[in-house]
Design a protein around this ligand. Structure first.
Ligand SMILES: [Zn+2]
Ligand SMILES: [Zn+2]
Length: 216
């Protein structure tokens, strides 16, 4: 029998230099969603961190495991947990300031129990070892912003079905109270690290270099 009923377990999480460390709890292909996001914002975040070649795949995609914040425990090096936003209204993008490893994307407020953890922050780093725990990539988004040979089945942006599924997913986590505990917000609901917010000009400098100029 193929191993399709793997029990949820614990995974190690660490930045590239190992200063920021923690683990994920109750992790399996059923308790999280293994996705690739090719959107221009995730690509800009990789450029902001100065190492897009290590973060992005051959399509400009970021491999992400979507879970609830309560599944994440950061236990070491919390003073290295930094935060930025590509615009004043964008999601919070968390990273390890010691070595610029991306950590996770979250909503701006803890009210939405969502964390998209970057797989480069999850151990083992080898995709084969990781897939054994997370399951294979289930969905690829924003193929319209990707480059190279986009894998078949990639959604152009988000499909309506994905949006609906995500809303139900969030409601489920909200009802179960999975927004807490969270490593990203204080008890007073503010980010544990003050976000750096990029100006329009700074964001423009991170634009996809190969993208054709658009009229809008
Ligand atoms: Zn580090
Ligand atoms: Zn994205």
């Amino acid at each position: 029998m193929p191993n399709t009923t793997q029990k949820p377990g614990k995974i190690e999480m660490a930045c590239n230099c190992g200063k920021l460390r923690g683990h994920g709890l109750n992790i399996s292909s059923k308790t999280g969603r293994h996705v690739v996001c090719m959107c221009d914002d995730c690509q800009a975040f990789a450029r902001f961190l100065g190492q897009p070649q290590d973060i992005l795949d051959c399509n400009g995609g970021s491999e992400i495991f979507q879970i609830s914040p309560s599944q994440i425990r950061l236990v070491e090096g919390l003073d290295h947990l930094a935060c930025m936003r590509l615009s004043p209204k964008g999601p919070l993008r968390w990273y390890a300031s010691c070595c610029n490893t991306p950590v996770a994307n979250t909503a701006p407020s803890p009210a939405l129990p969502f964390a998209g953890v970057f797989c480069v922050f999850i151990k083992p780093r080898a995709a084969s070892g990781r897939d054994a725990v997370l399951g294979p990539v289930k969905m690829r988004f924003f193929g319209s912003h990707g480059y190279g040979n986009i894998p078949p089945g990639t959604q152009k942006k988000f499909s309506a079905a994905t949006i609906i599924r995500t809303i139900f997913w969030l409601i489920g986590h909200k009802i179960r109270g999975n927004g807490k505990p969270t490593p990203f917000f204080t008890d007073h609901k503010s980010p544990v690290s003050e976000p750096i917010v990029l100006t329009k000009q700074e964001r423009a400098q991170l634009a996809i270099p190969t993208a054709a100029p658009s009229a809008g």
